[in-house]
Design a protein around this ligand. Structure first.
Ligand code: C2E
Ligand code: MG
Ligand code: MG
Length: 630
């Protein structure tokens, strides 16, 4: 009566699949829990499908109650499967029970109703019943079975379409659509060819699609450190309902990037693996995750004895981590949520903590930095700035302001410095003091700086600088930009396109750009060959190293305004002799931040060639620059 040619091979594949899946470590998240239920239930469905079909064929050999039990078993798990596929779809869209408690209960109704109707069929004969002639379909068999299946399938498709944005990418969305479509096909085939027991094969295919797209344990595992990865972390934290402040410890290797240079990449990776396995083996009731760049998170089920744990970890890190002949020493930064934090959301709490760890804000190795509400505001502001930068870059709306630079002897304008300004979509202005640091961190400074450079070149092209009495315009170059290999080529092609004389532009770099002397010299050489000239900005702000300056062909040194101010408040012999030294070597000198006549006088007297500051003019929009010359 029934055809078993599909269900047997499907069952064998299923066994292999189950064995394999249970072998690899899995993260305890709803998605995986539902998936385990799915594969276990599917096995039960397959077995009970085969057993009940065989029994129904040989009904005369079994008492009625046994036939009822085995058929009921099949139907219960069969309906449960339909529900589980739907539930899995909800988890994938992050619409699980935490978020939608009521809906969760409502959605159980069809599946429970179908089960009740089936189990009571013994008396009602609704779904199926057993007579002297064996198994019989009930009067509403098709309605109950197919409306239950179709109900969940239709709802799954609907939520997938409505909440498609919740999927991280199109591949995942297609995966979810794919397995739901497979079940739908299975339903149709079951209805058309009920004798072939084909539904289970379709369910198996759906399970394989789910595995390939979502639940493969490798997706959630960081093989470098042998702990769960940030993808797992996202899912895991998403399902935490309440978050107490002592639930996680974020841990970061202090100075990770520098250490990577010191120890080399492969030793460092080995070090991370040793640390990962230390966390995993030592703290069985905490789950370690690896985020990136030497940052781990340890999460407990509830409050953890953080002080004790941190003490122990610090103790261990006093010793070395050994790989072959390399002995590596690491220091750790710890971040936890402060007790007074008002934000409830577990994700936000962790996100802010991880941001602080990444930005290295007030971290002291070996100690815990507690995250407070003020940190959240700071992080949010940073996110806003990042978004604004992105928008500004895409829409090319960075504005150039020009601040005049005057001759120290007669206060006549001789040049200008181009300074960047940005506005958000609503026109609110953000100052460089705030956005430059953020732009340096995420690399946006490269495109930003290029925009300012391009717009300045266009200005020079459209205006006769010579007639205006302007000899050059300074454009700032950040250290990050300066490290970029393609800088010389890019800036050169912008100059060529605009057709201006490259000598009209001076590039300002700060001492921060001089950290890597080799890169610096190579870059400067490449750009010098193309005619670019360099100015040293903010001299005296960082670790000023006179020795290094002599190798670099600067034409001008700008003294930082803090140094200028200090000197004007309390004159000493240091700054005058420094200025003289610069001049002997052949640099001209500019004093920044001149706000009063006295400052201007003092700087002229000690030998500065040029002055820049609010006394003469604040930075003005580039289109208004010509007006102030008059
Ligand atoms: P900077 O290059 O040293 O520019 C001088 C800064 O001092 C400007 O601030 C200017 O407005 C300010 N300033 C000028 N005169 C006075 C004065 O008399 N008193 C005081 N208190 N301040 C004065 P701004 O425009 O806010 O820029 C800050 C910094 O941001 C700049 O310092 C520069 O390092 C950076 N920056 C600005 N535009 C760009 C850019 O396009 N690219 C890059 N990489 N950095 C930029
Ligand atoms: Mg500057
Ligand atoms: Mg400066």
């Amino acid at each position: 009566m029934w055809n078993y040619s599909y269900i047997f091979p499907s069952f064998l594949i299923m066994i292999v699949f189950v064995l394999y899946w249970f072998y690899i470590p899995r993260i305890n998240i709803g998605l995986n829990r539902v998936f385990i239920q799915l594969i276990v239930f599917e096995m039960i469905v397959m077995i009970s499908d085969i057993v009940s079909s065989v029994a129904d064929e040989n009904y005369f050999m079994y008492p009625d109650w046994q036939l009822y039990v085995i058929n009921d078993l099949y139907f219960v798990f069969f309906f449960a499967m339909a529900y589980l596929f739907y539930l899995l779809t909800m988890y994938l869209l992050k619409l699980h029970r935490n978020r939608m408690e009521l809906l969760h209960w409502v959605m159980i109704i069809p599946f429970v109703t179908a089960i009740i109707l089936t189990i009571t069929s013994n008396w009602t004969h609704f779904v199926y019943y057993i007579t002297e002639d064996g198994y019989q379909k009930g009067s509403v068999y098709d309605y109950v079975v197919y409306s239950c299946l179709l109900f969940y399938e239709v709802i799954s498709f609907a939520v997938l379409v409505i909440y498609r944005k919740n999927m991280p990418n199109i591949t995942r969305l297609l995966g979810a659509m794919g397995f739901n479509f497979t079940i739908l096909m299975g339903t149709v085939v079951r209805w058309m060819f009920p004798r072939y027991l084909l539904m289970d094969t379709f369910c198996l295919i759906a399970i394989i699609i789910i595995y390939l797209s979502f639940t493969n344990p490798d997706f959630y595992y960081d093989s470098k450190t042998d702990v769960f990865n940030s993808e797992a972390l996202t899912y895991y934290v998403d399902e935490i309902r309440s978050f107490r402040y002592k639930r996680y410890i974020a841990v970061g290797l202090h100075n990770y990037k520098e250490l990577r240079e010191v120890y080399g990449v492969s030793s460092m990776d080995k070090g991370l693996k040793l640390i990962g396995s230390y966390f995993r083996n030592k703290y069985k009731n905490l789950i370690p995750f690896y985020s990136k760049e030497g940052r781990f998170v340890l999460i407990g089920n509830r409050d953890i004895e953080a002080d004790k744990i941190i003490d122990q970890i610090n103790q261990r890190f006093k010793e070395s981590w050994n790989f072959k002949d390399t002995k590596m020493y690491f220091e750790l930064d710890f971040v936890m949520t402060g007790e007074n934090m008002t934000i409830e959301s577990p994700e936000r709490r962790l996100e802010v903590g991880m941001d602080i760890l990444a930005d290295d804000i007030e971290l002291v190795p070996g100690n815990v930095r507690y995250v407070e509400d003020a940190d959240v505001e700071r992080v949010e502001r940073e996110v806003y700035i990042r978004k604004t930068l992105k928008w500004v870059i895409e829409h090319e709306t960075a504005e150039v302001y020009l601040q005049p630079i005057v001759r120290a002897d007669n206060h006549q304008i001789i040049g200008a410095e181009a300074l960047a300004r940005i506005r958000d979509k609503d026109g609110n202005r953000i100052m460089p003091g705030e956005f430059i640091r953020v732009a340096e961190q995420n690399g946006a400074i490269n495109q930003m700086g290029e925009q300012i450079f391009k717009k300045t070149c266009e200005y020079i092209k459209d205006n006769d600088l010579e007639k205006m009495g302007i000899s050059w315009i300074n454009v700032n170059l950040s250290p990050t930009q300066f490290m970029n290999k393609s800088l010389a080529f890019k800036y050169n092609s912008i100059i060529e396109k605009s057709g201006i004389d490259v000598g009209l532009i001076h590039l300002e770099i700060t001492e921060d750009a001089m950290v890597d002397q080799m890169v610096l010299l190579r870059q400067i050489q490449a750009m010098k060959e193309r005619g670019f000239r360099f100015v040293l900005d903010d001299y005296g702000k960082g670790y000023s190293n006179l020795d290094r300056l002599k190798d670099i062909p600067f034409i001008n040194i700008k003294i930082d305004m803090a140094i200028v101010r200090d000197y004007c408040n309390k004159p000493d012999g240091l700054l005058p002799s420094l200025v003289q030294t610069f001049k002997t070597v052949g640099f001209t000198v500019t004093a920044e931040g001149i706000e009063t006549e006295e400052m201007a006088d003092a700087m002229y007297k000690i030998g500065c060639d040029y002055l820049q500051g609010y006394l003469f003019s604040p930075p003005v929009p580039i289109e208004e620059f010509a007006d102030i010359l008059k």
